[in-house]
Write a protein that binds this ligand. Sequence first.
Ligand code: FHN
Length: 466
Amino acid sequence: MKSLILILFFSALLHGQLPQDTPKPKIELKYGSQREGRRTDSDMARWRGHRLGMIIHYGLYSQAGGAWKGVNYAYAAEFIKANAKVPDEEYDQLLKTFNPDRNAPKNWARLAKQMGAKYVVITTKHHEGFCLWPSKYTDFDVESTPYKTDFLGEFVSACNEQGVDVMLYYSILDWRHKSWRYQLKDESDRAEFMKYWEFASSQLEELLERYPSVKGFWFDGTWDSSVKSNGYLTFELEQRLRKINPGLIIGSRLRADETGARHFDANGQLMGDYEQGWERKLPVEPLKNDWECVMTIPENQWGYHAKWTGHVKDSIELIEMASKCTALDGNFVINIGPMGDGSIRSEETRLIQEIGAWITANGDAIHGCGASGLENQNWGWLTRREKADEINAIVFNIPISGRLTIQLRKGETIKSAAIANKKLEVEEDSGGRYLIHLPKELPKTAFVVKVQVNTGNQITAEAAKI
Ligand code: FHN
C-alpha cells in the first residue's frame, strides 16, 4: 500500500498535479512594486543606452587610505571608521585636513568622459555621514573643512560641461547621525529614527533643489531592520522625490515592502527602476528588468586604499565585463577611489586611459546597444542596437580553428561580416549556423566583427529585448 501511495505521489509530481505547483496567490501589497515591466519613458531609455558608467567613492575616509594610526586595515577603506573603531571626536579631525585640489572636480569629470562613461555616480554621503555639499541640515559637511566651497556642485557642473550624466549616491545608513538606528527596539528608538528619516528625506530634497540636472539617486545602506521593517517609509520617500522630478531614476536598493522584502516585493516584482543588487557580480543571461552592475578594480575596495591586495583587474577584464553587461542588457559601472587630495592613483588613471582608448575605437558596440537576441558563444559577446540588422560580435577568445560560430534563428541569414571594414569570408553551415573565417593578422586586443544580418523580419526590438 505504502509503495502504491509513493508511486501515485511521484506520478502526480511528474505531471505537475501537486498543490505546490499551482501559482502562488498574489499578495495584496500597498507598498510593493508600482509598475509592471520596464519603464518605457525617454529618461529611462537614455540611462539604459549609457551602458558604461563610473562610480566615485570619495569622503573623509579617502585621506586615511585604509590605515589608522599606522595600522593597516585590509577591509574596505571607506569602512576605516568602523574597522579601526575610531570615536567621532577623533574621526572629526579629518574635517580639518579635507582640502582637495580645486581642479579635482573638473579632472574627474574629464577622466569619466575619457573612459567613455556616459554617467557618473558620486558618493554625496557615505556611511561615515560626511556630506560633500554644504547642507543646511548638518555641519558635518564640506563647508566645515578648509575646502569650504561646494565640491559636489563643482563636480556636477563639470560633468554637465562634459556631457556626462550624474547620479547621486546617498547612504541611508549613517554612522554619525545621533538619531540613526539599526533597529527599533522601543518607541523612543522609533521617535529618534523618524527624526533621522526626516533629516535624510530633507537632505535628498535639498540635493534635488541644488542640482536639478542630476538624473537619479543611487541608494545604499538600506539593509538594516529599522529600514526594511518599515518599508512604507521607503515607498513614501520614493514618491516624495519623484514629485520633485518625475523622470528620476532610482535603483531597487532603496525599497522594501510591508513584508520586509527588499529590491523585489513579496510577489517577486521589482521595486524601483532597475535591479541594483548586482554588486561585484554579473548575471549569466539577459534579465527581464533593467539592471546595473557596479564593479571594483581590486577586490572589495571602493574608497581609496593605499595597499591594494588580491587580484587587481586589468583593462581587458573590465572591457569584457562591460561587453558582457551590454550583451545581457545591463549597464556596467567601474569604481574609482580618489586619494584624499583629489588625485587619482596611477593604476586607475592607466586603466581609465586604456578602457577609453578601446571605447573610442569600439564604443558603438556598447553605447546604445543591448542583447542581440542570439545565443552568445564562448569566443565573446554579441550586442545589437535597437532594430538594427547589424550585430556586433565582440571577440575576447580567438578560437584555435580561426572560425567564429554564430547561430542565427530560423529565417535569418548573414549578408556580410567585417573587421574595421575589411570583409571576412562567411561560410553557411546547416540549421542557421554560420562560420566567420578570421584573418591571420588580428588586432592585439579584443575586437569587433560587424555582422550584417538579413533578419527576415524575425528580430524585432522586442525580440532583441533592448
Ligand atoms: O558598504 C557599501 C560599500 O562601501 C560600497 O559603497 C558599495 C557600493 O555598491 N555598497 C555598500 C555595500 O553593499
